[in-house]
Design a binder for this molecule. Structure first.
Ligand SMILES: Cc1ncc(COP(=O)(O)O)c(C=O)c1O
Length: 387
């Protein structure tokens, strides 16, 4: 009964592992989960209050598919002022999380015969979204030996006439790699030589950058390429708003108009009163974002220091986001076996690197309480010692 498209689709492994860990916990098992890709902080109070007020004020009806005009305006102002990417309202679409922004963009840009260029390791939803749009996926290896950074020469070597869209995810999930200004400029130089290639910059972790590193938007460094650079962002990670489902797509207005049309025929507008919470977030001061980011800096450091003490574990320290992606291949197990055994034997939930295109690694999240991070490290140490 299923379409070929649906048959080829794999459910998100990260969501599945988080759900399995929750279920085991509910059954009374002693589980430590470092699998989640979501901040454990509560959404800041002023944002919750703004959404509650909007609910009371009657923002409970259908709105424009593209998003509430005030929120689109605020996102355009944020991109223009904070990211230095001049953006007009008609270049912005409010989506159900960054995920739907990516989904919509892939649907309106990609078709059979096209190829998505994907630096690996990669966030696991990109390949499936591209295949759903009928495109193939070409990965560009960016291993730990190169700090998980995309090398411009490797990018250029991977480009073929079929290459339609490149994904840049900085700060990156699962590696935490943050592309420097120089690296982005080198990538822009390659793009100038290949006018058929568009780029989507997934900047969902833009606020979570380790000390000594800085987030740059490619579109700010290469304004001449603005017509084919798309930005995906959202409130989930920076403002601790994962469940609100607020994201955005920004870029070329003709492409954004197609994405709006697609959304108008699929999900319509994002929850109206949630958009007013997001409006308060995007327009508000960044103090809360900076405070949470500083806490993540400490936890990232705690996680990395702990991992570096474990024998047989090599780690390319993350430069942002809230994950560590250590290489445990010295133990001779594939990442799926390793993660299944960690969950079964010591109750530690982490994500196998194979889901991100790197079977030597596992992903641990530091979006957890410091006690949970210590607990997880201790479980991992005990498990590895038993091998
Ligand atoms: C790299 C990356 N992009 C996009 C998303 C989607 O985020 P959202 O919750 O806004 O849909 C995630 C979520 O984990 C992510 O890690």
């Amino acid at each position: 009964m299923l379409s070929a498209r649906a048959k080829a689709l794999r459910p998100s492994l990260t969501l599945a592992i988080a759900a399995k860990a929750k279920q085991l916990k509910a059954e009374g098992r002693d589980i430590c989960s470092l699998s989640a890709g979501e901040p454990d902080f509560e959404t800041p109070a002023f944002i919750r209050a703004a959404a509650a007020a909007a609910l009371e004020a009657g923002h409970t009806r259908y709105g424009p598919a593209a998003g509430e005009p005030a929120l689109r305006q605020a996102i355009a102002a944020k991109l223009s002022g904070e990211n230095l990417v001049p953006t007009k309202v008609d270049q912005v679409l409010v989506t159900n999380g960054g995920k739907q922004a990516l989904y919509n963009l892939f649907q309106v840009l990609l078709e059979p015969g096209d190829s998505l260029l994907l630096p690996a390791p990669y966030w696991l939803s990109y390949p499936d979204m591209a295949r759903l749009a009928g495109a193939s996926v070409t990965t560009i290896p960016c291993g730990a030996d190169q700090g998980f950074h995309l090398d411009a020469a490797a990018l250029e070597a991977a480009i073929t006439p079929a290459s339609k869209l490149l994904v840049l995810n900085s700060p990156g999930n699962p590696t935490g790699a943050v592309l420097s200004r120089q690296e982005l400029e080198n990538i822009a130089a390659v793009l100038r030589r290949h006018p058929q290639l568009a780029v989507v910059c997934d900047e969902i972790y833009e606020y979570l950058v380790a000390p000594g590193h800085q987030h740059h938007s490619l579109a700010a460094l290469a304004p001449d390429l603005a017509d084919r650079i798309f930005i995906v962002g959202g409130c989930a990670k920076g403002w601790a708003m994962t469940g609100w489902r607020i994201g955005w797509l920004a870029g070329n207005s003709a492409v954004v108009a197609a994405a709006i049309a697609l959304q108008s025929q699929s999900t319509s507008n994002v929850c109206s009163f949630a958009q007013y919470g997001a409006l308060a977030a995007v327009q508000g001061p960044r103090d809360c974002v900076r405070e949470m980011a500083a806490r993540f800096d400490l936890r990232r450091e705690q996680l990395c220091q702990g991992l570096l003490k474990l024998p047989g574990v090599s780690l390319q320290p993350p430069e942002g986001a809230f994950y560590a992606f250590p290489d445990l291949s010295a133990y001779g197990l594939d990442s799926m076996t390793l993660c299944n055994r960690l969950l079964d034997q010591v109750g530690l939930a982490v994500v196998p690197g194979v889901a991100f295109g790197e079977d030597r690694c596992i992903r641990l999240s530091c979006a957890a309480a410091t006690e949970a991070i210590d607990d997880g490290l201790e479980r991992l140490r005990g498990f590895l010692a038993s091998l």
